[in-house]
Each structure stands twice: as C-alpha cells, then as structure tokens.
Design a protein around this ligand. Structure first.
Ligand code: SF4
Ligand code: FES
Length: 250
C-alpha cells in the first residue's frame, strides 16, 4: 500500500505545531498502525530527520499508551481496538491519513503525538486504591463472597486501560468515564466499601482540579472507548458521590 500521512509535528510543549506531509510506500495491509509509523520513522532517521514521537508500550491493547487521533477518531476507525491493534487493511491504498495527538487542556502536548496524561495518575493517587491491612491478619480475598453480577461489573470497569480516548473524544474533555470506571471497580466490591465516601469525593475533586470538563451525556466516550466501558459507571459514580455528601468522611 502507498499512503500519504499528514502528521502533527510539534517540537516541544511551547512550540508552534503544524501538520506535515509524509509519503510512505510498500506498507503491508497486515502491519499494525504503529508498525506503519515505525517504517516512516526508519525512513526519517535514514534521511537524518527527526522521527515522529509517539507513545507505545505493550502493542497488544492492554497498556493504554498508543493514544492518537486517526482521521479525527480516537484510536482510528475500528471499534473496541486501540491504535496498536488497528491494522493497515482498515485503510485503502492511496489514502491520505490524518494523525494528531489527543486535544485536551488537561493533556498538554509534550512532543508531536505524545501528551502528558499525568492528570489520570493524580486522579488515581487521590483515591483509586484500597488500603490493605498487612499486619499478618490479612483476610484472603477469596473468603469474601461477592455476588456474581457485582463481580462481573467490577471486572468490566477494571478493564479501563487509562488511554484517555474518552477525554479526547468528549466535546467537554470530560474524564467522567475514566474516573467512574476507577470508582466503580472498587465501589462494587466489599474491599472498596470502607473508603468509598472519601474515595469518590477526592477523585472527583482531583478530576475538577485537573481542568477536565463536565459530562453532558453525549455518550461519545462510550462509543470510542477501546474497552467498551459503559456509561452506567458514570451514573454509579454520581450516585456514590451523592451518597458521600451525607457522610462526615472527607
Ligand atoms: S474509559 Fe475507555 S477510553 Fe477512557 S481511559 Fe478507560 S479505556 Fe480509555
Ligand atoms: S501500545 Fe499498549 S495499548 Fe497500544
């Protein structure tokens, strides 16, 4: 396949960026999208030019690093897949492909397609954990009976990989889908109960502090989420937040 790539290039956080054009040829339809960028970068390095900076790690859909807009869609045209799982057979020979970084004030651009998603880490640090008694009397998790429905919903919420596609897709740059998945995975389990009120209040406060927008129920986040995280989690987080207002725990 021969393609024309239009890629956002930006030398640094404060530099002025622009779309640059790069032709690539002999691309196999079986290559992943990231392998296609590897081919371009190999070509750029051989020509003595600066390769395109992009995030990647696992290349198998589990780390959430490979975040970029492809033809205006978070993670490209596929549904339920990350950029690293997207194959070039999803495009046509001769096509022009537009590649851009996430666009959200809370995810500032570091270089080219790489954004700083530390805001997500800080939301987790604010409360996305359970405190465990390690005194030697730790209870075996398997000793706690959990209703199957709750276990399944908690597991589904826990599949969020923190990629940020929900934020990038949302017209308000809202992080509600991400935060609600992280709140839900613990709120649904007995292990999460003791700190539930404090957790949701702190995580929501941190989310607001980071500059993410609010949810207006558009639902674009759920459509573009590579892990199919449900909007149901946002409703659960709102309920948890309301419930927490009636406790003294902060
Ligand atoms: S909710 Fe979905 S889109 Fe948002 S960070 Fe998690 S996996 Fe990515
Ligand atoms: S590189 Fe890990 S999800 Fe794509």
């Amino acid at each position: 396949m021969n393609l024309t790539l239009k890629i956002w290039r930006q030398a640094g956080p404060d530099a002025k960026g622009s779309m640059e054009t790069y032709p690539v040829s002999d691309i196999s339809p079986d290559m992943s999208f990231l392998e296609m960028i590897d081919v371009l970068n190999d070509q750029l390095v051989r020509d003595g030019k600066d390769p395109v900076a992009f995030d990647h790690d696992c290349r198998e859909g589990i780390c959430g690093m490979c975040s970029m807009y492809i033809n205006g869609e978070a993670h490209g045209p596929g549904r339920g897949v990350t950029t690293c799982q997207l194959h070039m057979r999803s495009f046509s020979d001769g096509e022009t492909i537009y590649i851009e970084p996430w666009r959200a004030a809370a995810f500032p651009i570091i270089k080219d397609l790489v954004t700083d998603r530390g805001a997500f880490d800080r939301i987790i640090q604010a409360g996305g954990y359970v405190s465990v008694n390690t005194s030697g009397n730790t209870q075996d998790a398997n000793a706690l009976p959990i209703p199957k429905d709750n276990a399944d919903k908690a597991f589904d919420a826990a599949t969020c990989i923190g990629c940020g596609a929900c934020v990038a897709t949302c017209k308000n740059s809202s992080a509600m889908l991400f935060t609600s998945a992280k709140v839900s995975q613990l709120a649904l389990l007995p292990q999460g109960e003791p700190e539930a009120a404090r957790r949701v209040q702190r995580m929501v406060a941190q989310m607001d502090e980071e500059g993410f927008g609010n949810c207006t129920n558009t639902g674009a986040c759920e459509v573009e989420c590579p892990k199919g995280i449900s909007l149901e989690n946002i409703a659960r987080m709102n309920r948890e937040f309301l419930k927490a207002q009636f406790t003294s725990e902060k």
